[in-house]
Design a binder for this molecule. Structure first.
Ligand code: CS2
Length: 499
């Protein structure tokens, strides 16, 4: 069923339609807020998570926290689709008991780089904008994996250093905007709020931004370091990509066409370091947790959820499971994930005594089993070169330091390496979507069927594997055993054998 084959309602979702959509609104009361937040990376995750919390916060406690969303990929199609609906879209929460459709109003404006650069920087210069938040994924930080500083080898960074007033990258845009704020009459910065899956995401972004600024103007870098808050957060909600079927379903539920509905699970969580010198929405009034230290929550989520998500994704791409719920329904694979979380990941976490890690694990397994979401493994398998270090390799390093086993984690790394050959066990080919795709595919191809050559080639990719881990003899031995098992028995055989 696609939007092209089903008769959709003639009218598009619009603010004029809202009086007829009361059943799909968080509240009938609503004052159109002025824009107080610019969000970089207006993808499905932001629209299912921060935008929802922010609308709820404004309903609970008021405030001008309307959102200006910015797409950085030059995606004017996404901008046009949302602006044709005056920023409105439907959020479709899909659980085992059915779907709940909510029309979200917090998004007031959508702009696209570079087409709307002038409007974007005018918005960033507006003193009413007190928060710039981001969901740009790991690769959007332009970060040198070894140093944590800005990646000077990135051509886009080189462009922005050469043309700092016409930036295209996140560091370049943030530094140009903060420079303008420093030089303006009131000299007030905005708070920079990372909402990406990185450990210490606020501090990581601060290091990238300050190192970029320092290449241009040491005084500006010092001002940013001293005056700009970069709180860390942990964000959690499983949000698949939008499909045609989702558009049809949203239209049937609303009676209006929505070109950009967002599917998501019912679960959501947001843990935020409470450091907002310029103020913030009342997120704590609507379920977000404002804390002093996000780290314990960040690591639990990165390692327990994202680490097993990536494990499921790569074993599934090889073994032929299309979605996460189909993969976790495979008993041997579910057992492997359960044991990985229990025996290899959870022991690396330093959690408050009140944190029920077994309950967290069981809740994750139930979320993965949600049959209504159809979260595609191929979506999660993207960008592995950026995702593996924080999700799996840091956990392996912690296990090595503790002198504890990590064979299931090693199988996940071996599955990623095997995945880079570009075909499933049955020969089905798939695309490798990754910032390093060309390099990784060439290395995998050069190794042909030689698993030792494959391991040596990929362990040499310093953007992914640091030299210490790559040289660790026991890790190499375990990895090679897993690679050979995957090659000899396929993913399904390896899962059964590697319990
Ligand atoms: C997923 C995440 O696509 C992926 O890499 O692991 O987007 C995951 O769904 C979210 O982090 C869940 O909060």
């Amino acid at each position: 069923m696609t939007a092209a084959t089903v008769a959709l309602p003639p009218n598009r979702l619009s603010r004029d339609a809202l009086p007829t959509l009361q059943a799909h609104l968080l509240s009938p009361q609503w004052r159109e807020p002025r824009i107080g937040i610019v969000h970089l990376g207006i993808g499905n995750f932001h629209r299912a998570h921060q935008a929802l919390y922010t609308e709820e916060a404004m309903l609970a406690a008021g405030g001008d926290w309307g959102i200006c969303g910015v797409t950085l990929q030059g995606n004017v199609g996404k901008r046009n689709a949302l602006m044709e609906q005056q920023g409105l879209y439907s959020l479709v929460e899909r659980g085992p008991d059915g779907a709940k459709v909510t029309v979200i109003r917090a998004l007031r404006e959508v702009l696209a780089m570079p087409a709307d650069a002038a409007a974007i920087f005018a918005r960033l210069a507006d003193p009413l904008v007190r928060i710039v938040s981001l969901t740009v994924t790991e690769k959007g930080y332009c970060r040198d994996a070894k140093t944590g500083e800005v990646d000077l080898d990135d051509p886009a960074i080189a462009h922005d250093l050469a043309a700092p007033l016409a930036p295209r990258t996140v560091p370049g845009i943030l530094v140009a905007a903060l420079r303008a704020r420093r030089d303006a009459a009131n000299g007030q910065p905005f708070t920079v709020l990372s909402c990406d899956n990185l450990a210490h995401n606020g501090a990581a972004l601060r290091q990238v931004v300050c190192s970029f600024a320092r290449r241009l103007d040491a005084a500006l870098a010092d001002w940013i370091a001293a005056e700009v808050a970069f709180p860390s957060t942990m964000v959690d909600r499983i949000v698949p990509a939008t499909t045609d079927a989702e558009c049809v379903s949203a239209a049937e539920q609303l009676g209006y066409r929505d070109a950009v509905p967002v599917p998501c699970e019912p679960f959501r969580q947001w843990v935020i370091e409470d450091r907002f010198p310029q103020g913030r929405p009342a997120w704590d009034a609507v379920g977000a947790q404002l804390v002093g230290d996000v780290m314990p929550f960040e690591l639990a989520k990165l390692r327990m959820l994202n680490g097993t998500h990536s494990t499921l994704a790569y074993l599934s791409m090889l073994g032929g499971f299309d979605t996460i719920d189909a993969a976790i329904a495979e008993p041997a694979l579910r057992n492997l994930i359960h044991a990985m979380m229990t025996d290899e990941i959870a022991p690396t976490l330093s959690l408050p005594a009140s944190f029920d890690i077994a309950g967290y694990r069981d809740a994750l397994l139930a979320r993965y089993a949600n049959p209504a979401l159809k979260h595609r493994c191929a979506q999660i398998a993207m960008d592995g070169s950026q995702k593996l270090p924080p999700r799996l390799l840091a956990t392996i390093a912690a296990r090595i330091d503790a002198g504890r086993p990590y064979r299931r984690l090693a199988l996940a790394v071996a599955a990623w390496m095997t995945f880079l050959r570009g075909h499933a066990d049955d020969g089905t080919r798939y695309e490798i979507n990754d910032p390093l795709a060309d390099k990784l595919k060439a290395l995998a191809a050069s190794a042909q069927r030689d698993t030792v050559a494959l391991m040596n080639a990929l362990l040499g990719v310093r953007e992914v594997f640091d030299a210490k881990l790559a040289a660790h003899a026991a890790f190499r031995t375990t990895l090679d055993d897993a690679l050979r098992l995957l090659q000899q028995q396929g993913a399904r055989g390896a899962i059964a054998a590697w319990q």
